[in-house]
Design a protein around this ligand. Structure first.
Ligand code: ATP
Length: 334
C-alpha cells in the first residue's frame, strides 16, 4: 500500500479479448504496485493471466481485439494513453522485456553484437566504437566467456544459456528502469536456470531495477522475488512479501500451490504440480468465487459471493471471504 514509492502502479486493470464466440476476460480487476528496485513474481497455473498482465505494461495487445480498462502508471507516465511515437519511445526507454525464448527477441540475420550496438545507439547518441565498447561491457557483465569473439556470433551459433545471457544484454542495452521477465528460464536445463536466475538477481541489485517476473516455478519465485502475487482466473488472489506468503498463505489456492510444490521444501527449479480440477473457462466463469469449485474449504456462500480484496496487514492481501478461518487453520497446522 506504500503507493508513493511505486515505480509502477497498476490500478483496476481489466483486459477482455474479443477473439472467439464469447469475450474472454483474461485480467479482472488487477491492482499491483512495484517499488523502485523491487522484484515481484507473478505465479499461477497456465492461463491465469500472468503474461497478459505483464504484456499490458508495454501495451502489447492487439488493439482492435482487446478492451483494456484501468490505469497503468510507469514512473508517473500513464501507459494507456500512449500511442504512436510516444508509445515507441516509452517501450524503447524505461522498460525492457525478456522472454522464455531468446530467438523471439534476437534477429537471426544479424550478429548479437550488431543488435546490441544498434539498441545502444538507438537509445543513446554515441559513436559506433563507444557502443561496441558498451556492448562488450554488457557481455562481461552477464558473464559471457570470450565476449569479444561472441559479439560476432549469430544467435543460432550460441547455446540456450548463452543466448539467454545475450538477450539479457540486449534488454539492458537501453538502460531500462523496469525489466519484465516472462518465464525467462523455463526452457533451460536446471543448472543453467539457476545460473540465469542468480545473474538476474545480481544485475537487478546492481542496477536498482524494478522487475516483474512471470513464472510457474515457485522455487524461482522464492529465489528471485521480494514479493509474490498469485493469480487465478485473471485475478490476483493473494499478494505479499515472499516470507509471508510462504509462512502464512491466506488463500486456499496459494496453500494448495505451496503444498503441491513443497515435498521436502522448495527445491530450486521445482514446478507447481497440478491441483485437483482445472481452472475455469474464462468465457464462462462460475458464480461467486472462481476457485470455489476446486476449493477444499468452499461453503455455499463461496459459491454465491464474489470475494473482494481484503488486507490482512499493510503488505499482505487476499481475495477470499473465509480468510480468517482459512488462515487460522493453516497456522494451527504448521
Ligand atoms: N491475444 C489474445 N487473444 C485472445 N485470448 C488471449 C490472448 N492472449 C491471451 N489470451 C487468453 O488469456 C488467458 C490468459 O493467458 P495468459 O497467457 O496471460 O496466461 P498465463 O497465466 O501467462 O499462462 P501461461 O503460463 O500458460 O503463459 C488465456 O485464456 C489465453 O488463452
Amino acid at each position: 500500500m506504500t503507493t508513493d514509492l511505486a515505480f509502477i502502479k497498476i490500478e483496476n486493470l481489466n483486459i477482455t479479448f474479443n477473439a472467439g464466440k464469447k469475450p474472454v476476460k483474461a485480467v479482472d480487476g488487477v491492482n499491483l504496485s512495484v517499488k523502485r528496485g523491487e522484484v515481484i513474481a507473478l505465479i499461477g497455473e497456465s492461463g491465469s493471466g500472468k503474461s497478459v498482465t505483464l504484456r499490458s505494461v508495454l501495451k502489447l495487445h492487439p488493439p482492435r481485439r482487446t478492451q483494456m480498462q484501468g490505469r497503468i502508471l510507469v514512473d508517473g507516465q500513464d501507459v494507456m494513453t500512449l500511442s504512436g511515437k510516444a508509445l515507441a519511445d516509452f517501450r524503447g526507454s524505461k522498460v525492457s522485456m525478456i522472454f522464455q525464448e531468446p530467438l523471439l527477441a534476437l534477429d537471426p540475420v544479424y550478429t548479437v553484437g550488431e543488435q546490441i550496438t544498434e539498441a545502444i545507439r538507438r537509445h543513446d547518441n554515441v559513436t559506433r566504437e563507444e557502443a561496441l565498447q558498451r556492448a562488450l561491457d554488457l557481455f562481461e557483465r552477464v558473464r559471457i566467456p570470450s565476449p569479444q569473439r561472441r559479439l560476432n556470433a549469430y544467435p543460432h551459433e550460441m547455446s540456450g544459456g548463452m543466448r539467454q545471457r545475450a538477450m539479457i544484454s540486449l534488454a539492458l542495452a537501453s538502460r531500462p528502469k523496469l525489466l519484465l521477465a516472462d518465464e525467462p528460464t523455463t526452457a533451460l536445463d536446471a543448472t543453467v536456470q539457476i545460473q540465469i536466475l542468480l545473474l538476474l538477481r545480481e544485475l537487478q541489485r546492481e542496477l536498482g531495477l524494478s522487475v516483474i517476473f512471470v513464472t510457474h516455478d515457485i522455487g524461482a519465485a522464492v529465489e528471485v522475488a521480494d514479493r509474490i502475487a498469485v493469480m487465478y482466473a485473471g485475478r490476483i488472489v493473494e499478494e505479499g512479501p515472499v516470507r509471508e506468503i510462504i509462512r502464512h498463505p491466506a488463500h486456499p489456492y496459494t496453500q494448495a500451490l505451496l503444498r503441491s510444490a513443497s515435498h521436502g521444501g522448495f527445491a530450486k527449479g521445482e514446478r507447481l504440480e497440478t491441483i485437483a480440477g482445472s481452472p475455469p473457462d474464462l468465457a464462462n466463469l462460475p458464480e461467486g468465487c472462481s476457485f470455489a469449485p476446486r476449493c477444499p474449504r468452499a461453503t455455499e456462500q463461496c459459491r454465491q459471493i464474489d470475494p473482494q480484496e481484503t488486507w490482512i496487514d499493510d503488505t499482505h492481501r487476499a481475495r477470499c471471504i473465509r480468510i480468517e478461518s482459512v488462515s487460522e487453520a493453516t497456522t494451527a497446522a504448521v
